[in-house]
Design a protein. Structure first.
Length: 601
């Protein structure tokens, strides 16, 4: 091991990104890591790196000792350089570096720590296995790209905090050790030592606490809140994640929207983008009918329902169900697909949806010129656009009214999926998916209930504290499928950024909703007794929303995975590669907790 120096009283005067030509001839002290060393006939160059950037250090041959010491430096050695700033000769200026007009001529070198050979090169991670990066996260985070992501996260969070504080929101912490909240996923449980056999749950969201804070007259609450959901593993899902969670008293939906639009504009501004509010609004039904999905990507044109263009005979000849929608999907600029490319579109349609597709409008036009003329008139394609039709296969049985609606939505859904699949496949050709084209919208009036086919019962589509439209109250029991919730999502380019609702603030109504979700009075008392009690003390109308911070930062950082913007993420298998968690615990710990484990079956 090399002889190491102490920091002692040495104080750094500048950061590695600071120095410019105007600093020439100053004596400086820089500290950081060796990014790279180059030996060039008598001169040794070091790129010295800290969080702010890189400065070139030169060791000339004025001191043999210094040269020897510098010659021993390797990547990621941690050092201090005491030296003098020198303006570079014009032909050696490095235009790629903000400090490229100068270099520091070293007079003294201190070595604080050396470094083992690195498990991967910090300048080229393209080929590095992500698990290796996660295992050595402390090294991975030294890379400028990751430093930029960490900084972006800080700036965005700070901008949101400052904005919300400026309009009267208070940041209030709610407990991490709590009891189960009804967000619908599985809880992470924490055993209690002092109450053997009992467990806390980690919060899936601060939902009940934030509503209690409204009852407590905190008026405007927010929290950059860590949430935990033990859901099934998926590639880009994190078991713990961060939400921008907020709640306010006496809000109309529009008031919540304005708050969110305000803090998103602040977040986007922190990343150098200007956002134009207010965002467009669209009901859930409209979203399904025009985009086939409840999170429309507005960068692509909407779909059009075109059944009217066909005569009943046309529909019959084409073997299309006359009751189901006929949807025309338009994708700009990719109309000139080859025969083979058109054939390759077929597998993109969900075969189980009960839908069929017409991928060749020219052929359709030969047999049904009038229908196609009407479609063109309604859809108004531009030259070179691709049109694809999606329609329902004839049904053998006549469905009930609610089943018929489901089947119709399945056709819109299949068309919507196809639209996205084609658009993704040919993204390079149509060019609609521009990174900086931020197309936000609000989706409103979601269905209140979701039918759970396994359990054969209705579940709350958002969560059971969500209010339904007053006009739909009387349908809660008679026609649950038609009840609309005062729930809303904020959507960006096909991604749901957050969702929220106006809440129930009356105990009697909350009780009715619990009942319609199949909860007996006993179960209501046992799970939510304290809350039903609290609702009886002058609870104000209130509502709120929660947005995923990780996803927002990911978009603003231009990253492709949430793991790139979470400093210490879990893998897709929910493990922490660096700490190696989860792990078994000692028998003594288990005994203290009164817990016995058994072998996995
Ligand atoms: N608690 C909800 C969620 O996490 C958001 C809300 O209703 O405010 O999805």
């Amino acid at each position: 091991m090399a002889k190491l120096d102490f920091l002692g009283d040495l104080k750094r005067t500048h950061k590695c990104g600071d120095l410019r030509a105007s600093d020439a001839n100053q004596n400086v002290v820089l500290m950081g890591w060796v990014n790279r060393r180059r030996d060039l006939g008598g001169l040794i160059f070091i790129d010295l790196r800290d969080r702010t950037g890189i400065t070139q250090i030169v060791f000339d041959n004025s001191s043999a000792d210094l040269q020897t010491k510098a010659g021993d430096l390797r990547s990621e050695y941690c050092i201090a350089v005491i030296g003098k700033v020198k303006q570079r000769e014009p032909n050696t200026i490095n235009k790629n570096l903000p400090t490229g007009e100068i270099e520091v001529v070293a007079q003294e070198l201190r070595l604080f720590n050396d470094s083992k050979a690195l498990p991967f090169s910090l300048s080229d991670t393209g080929s590095v296995n992500e698990e290796v990066r996660l295992k050595y996260r402390y090294l991975d985070l030294r890379r400028p790209e990751m430093q930029a992501n960490v900084e972006m996260r800080h700036k965005v969070t700070l901008a949101i905090r400052n904005y919300l504080s400026s309009i009267g929101f208070m940041e209030i912490e709610t407990p991490i050790m709590t009891r189960s909240t009804p967000e619908g996923a599985r809880d992470y449980l924490v055993p209690s030592r002092v109450h053997p056999g009992e467990f806390y749950a980690l919060p899936q969201s601060p939902q009940i606490f934030k509503q209690i804070l409204m009852i407590s007259n905190c008026e405007r609450y927010f929290q950059i809140a860590r949430c935990f959901r033990d859901e099934d593993l998926r590639a880009d899902r994190q078991p713990e994640f961060t939400q921008i969670d907020l709640e306010m008293t006496f809000p109309r939906q529009e008031d919540v929207f304005a708050v969110v639009e305000g803090f998103l504009a602040a977040a986007w501004a922190a990343a150098g983008h200007k956002l134009q509010g207010p965002f467009p609004k669209m009901s859930y039904d409209q979203a399904i009918q025009q985009y086939g999905i409840d999170k429309p990507d507005l960068r692509l044109p909407a779909m059009t329902e075109v059944k009217e263009a066909f005569t009943p005979e046309n529909l019959h000849t084409l073997a299309i169900d006359p009751e189901l929608p006929v949807v025309c999907v338009r994708i700009p600029k990719i109309g000139e697909l080859s025969r083979k490319e058109r054939d390759d579109l077929k597998p993109l349609l969900n075969a189980k949806s009960g839908a069929k597709m017409f991928e060749d409008f020219k052929r359709l036009e030969k047999s049904f010129p009038e229908a196609v003329a009407k479609i063109r008139e309604k859809v108004k394609p531009e030259d070179g656009d691709l049109l694809v039709g999606v329609a329902g296969l004839p049904r053998t049985e006549k469905p009930s009214e609610s089943k018929a609606r489901q089947q119709a939505y399945a056709i819109f859904g299949a068309a919507g999926q196809l639209r996205l699949a084609i658009a993704q496949k040919y993204a390079d050709r149509h060019g609609c998916f521009k990174k900086d084209d931020f197309r936000f919208l609000w989706v409103t009036d979601f269905p209140f209930f979701e039918w759970d086919e396994n359990e054969k019962r209705w579940n709350a589509a958002h969560h059971p504290f969500t209010s339904c439209h007053e006009r739909d109250m009387d349908k809660l029991e008679t026609d649950p499928a038609a009840v609309r919730a005062l729930a809303y999502d904020v959507v960006l380019n096909g991604v749901e950024l957050g969702s929220g609702s106006i809440r129930i603030h009356r105990q009697d109504v909350q009780s009715i909703i619990f009942k319609s979700l199949g909860m007996s009075p006993e179960e209501q008392q046992q799970r939510f007794g304290f809350f039903l009690e609290a609702l009886q003390y002058g609870t104000p109308p209130h509502g709120g929303i929660a947005l995923g911070l990780d996803r927002i930062v990911m978009i603003l950082a231009g990253a492709t995975s949430l793991r790139e913007v979470i400093p210490f993420p879990k893998t897709a298998a929910a493990t922490d590669m660096m700490m190696d968690a989860p792990t078994p615990v000692s028998d003594r710990q288990l005994k203290e907790l009164n817990i016995a484990t058994r072998k996995r079956e």
